[in-house]
Design a protein around this ligand. Structure first.
Ligand code: NDP
Length: 282
């Protein structure tokens, strides 16, 4: 039976560490501030933004919410971002995705100042990640690394298989594992014989977005299974990509959903906000 990786507890430890760093910055007269832009009234986005605000409160980071109408244009959003870029009291800027269809997401990501880009989606931060330069790093993949480290699970020399190649999870996850000397395979919807590939994984990370996608027959005995997926099952209950009940019997370590990677993403956002504030005052 696998040991459960308790993302909630690790996230709490990360946030306590962030709170200490916030105190130190405040002693120097700096109050880290995160601006979160939310457009429209998507309930999932609202929940995510509320969670981020709560984490700010818990760590002493000032949070600033900018709620915009669902009809907002790219130009209007760019104006808001430019103002936040110029505002010295704001250290981190996050635009809650997904954006309404009329907004050009690439333009928005490119407009956020790289120093304030706490999601680390800007091309400059992506480039730095590829170069292995320590900088702002995308929250979900860096949260996964912190989880592995917290449980003392080595990455070096391990076969790491990621299912999913999105810009926000799969690709940056591959870079971070590579930096830690993992041997990385990135699988996707066109991958042939997925089961043969996942069956070789010492560390299997699923970021597909389909409930029940990872079954026990895809997992090697004793593998570490990290479930990034956040989905709703047929009953509307929150679930990951992994068939938890059957995979738990085969894996050595496993993250639950909820309570696994999700809380880490928010905790790492707090970490990034403090890092951004420090970088801006260096
Ligand atoms: P995307 O939809 O952008 O990417 C999904 C990936 O899964 C794609 O690369 C796709 O391949 C791949 N895929 C789809 N079907 C298959 C298949 N049959 N076999 C193999 N690969 C497949 O999703 P995201 O990366 O944005 O998110 C993935 C999941 O993670 C979602 O559930 C999301 O909610 C969750 N998430 C959770 C976070 C957290 O904090 N825990 C943060 C961000 C996301 P292809 O590229 O070929 O289409």
């Amino acid at each position: 039976m696998a040991q459960i990786i308790d993302g909630k507890a690790v996230a709490q430890a990360v946030k306590e560490n962030v709170a200490r760093k916030v105190e130190q910055l405040q002693e120097r007269g700096i109050r880290p501030c995160l601006a979160v832009i939310i457009i429209g009234d998507d309930p999932a986005s609202r929940t995510y933004v509320n969670n981020k605000k709560k984490a700010c409160e818990a760590t002493g980071i000032l949070s600033k919410e900018i709620s915009l109408d669902k009809e907002t244009t790219t130009e209007q959003l760019l104006n808001v971002i430019n103002e936040l870029n110029d505002d010295m009291s704001v250290h981190g800027i996050l635009c809650q995705l997904p954006l309404p269809k009329q907004i050009d997401e690439n333009k928005i990501i490119a407009a956020i100042s790289p120093e304030k880009d706490v999601d680390a989606f800007h091309a400059l931060n992506v480039g730095r990640l590829f170069q292995g330069v320590q900088n702002l790093q995308p929250c979900t993949p860096s949260g996964v690394i912190v989880l592995l480290d917290y449980y003392g699970l080595p990455i070096e020399g391990k076969n790491c298989v990621i299912i999913g190649r999105s810009n926000i999870v799969g690709k940056p996850m591959a870079m971070l594992l590579l930096q830690r000397n993992g041997t990385v395979t990135v699988a996707h919807s066109k991958t042939a014989d997925l089961k043969a590939i996942t069956g070789m994984a010492d560390i299997l990370i699923s970021a597909v977005g389909k409930p029940g996608f990872v079954t026990a027959d895809m997992v090697k005995e004793g593998a570490i299974v990290i479930d990034v997926g956040i989905n709703r099952d047929e009953q509307g209950k929150l679930c990951g990509d992994v068939c938890f009940d059957e995979v738990e019997k085969k894996a050595s370590f496993i993250t639950p959903v909820p309570g696994g990677v999700g809380p880490m993403t928010v905790a790492m956002l707090m970490e990034n906000t403090v890092r951004a504030a420090r970088l801006q005052y260096q």
